[in-house]
Design a protein around this ligand. Structure first.
Ligand code: 3PY
Ligand code: MG
Length: 259
């Protein structure tokens, strides 16, 4: 396999906008099809999507083989899986519900080799997939080249934002507007586009920038993408696979029925 370096971190730090597909269907053929579209990167979702350790193992290989960066969202608190995703060759991990500095420290510890954290050695699969020349080459750059995204999606996380961003080994925040809207309205409404929370969402990106860190967000409506980019979000997940299938089916059926 040709060399497929970890390049998501470099691209985001250079100020590139990365539009990411969001894979919830744990089928490697479908993951490869998604990666073969025009998206800049693909995320495999283990929190709410169907991805398992096996489908992440297979999916990372498929995406890396197509030359795209790959991210993995792990389930809540599964920092062991975060490190495994990096071992399997992921460019980045998104950890949901990072609500306190203690959560951020535990996530960073799993993601970063000493002296930053306590990541345990064993990235054989990632090194092989990416054609990296050896263990020391990976060790020398892994802490900088792989990204830890702490999800900000509760009021607690917003209150602790500065401390989360100040945590060594946390490279970025990632906003979950669905959960954020539920928190914002005290459990009354799910509305990822809620106008009343847009100022807070802009504030999160500005805070990340002030700390010299990166910001990403999930766009439930892809039409929100440029608004988020203008706020300072470099990574926007705008291609949810289930929504892509639905939108494609609607368009095909409308054309077929002459609607
Ligand atoms: C949210 O919007 O809460 C998310 O976690 C996006 O998947
Ligand atoms: Mg969420």
């Amino acid at each position: 396999m040709a060399e497929a370096p970890l390049h998501l971190a470099r691209r985001l730090r250079a100020g590139e906008t990365v539009i990411c597909a969001w894979s919830s269907l744990p089928d490697t053929g479908f993951v490869a099809m998604l990666a073969g579209q025009g998206f800049d990167a693909v995320n495999l979702d283990m929190q709410h999507g169907g991805h398992t350790e096996q489908s992440v193992w297979d999916g990372i290989a498929a995406i890396v083989g197509l030359g795209k960066p790959v991210m993995v969202r792990v389930p809540v608190g599964r920092f062991d899986m975060a490190a495994r995703a990096l071992d399997f060759g992921a460019d980045a991990v998104i950890a949901p519900m990072i609500n306190s500095p203690a959560d951020a420290r535990a996530f960073a510890a799993a993601m970063k080799y000493p002296p930053v954290g306590e990541r345990s050695w064993g990235p054989t699969r990632g090194i092989t997939l990416r054609g990296i020349s050896g263990g020391n080459a990976y060790l020398a750059s892994a802490n900088a080249d792989t990204l830890s995204f702490a999800m900000i999606e509760t009021r607690g996380a917003l209150d602790a934002l500065d401390d989360i961003l100040a945590t060594r080994g946390i490279d970025a925040v990632f906003v979950g507007p669905a959960d954020f809207s539920i928190a914002w309205t005290g459990g009354e409404r799910l509305d990822p586009k809620l106008d009343a929370m847009m100022e807070a969402i802009a504030h999160i990106a500005a805070c990340a920038k002030a700390h010299g860190k990166l910001a990403g967000i999930f766009a439930a409506d892809p039409a929100m993408t440029q608004r988020y980019v203008a706020m300072g979000y470099g990574l926007v997940a705008a291609g949810f696979d289930a929504a892509l299938v639905r939108a494609g089916a609607d368009a095909v059926l409308a054309a077929a029925r002459g609607d």
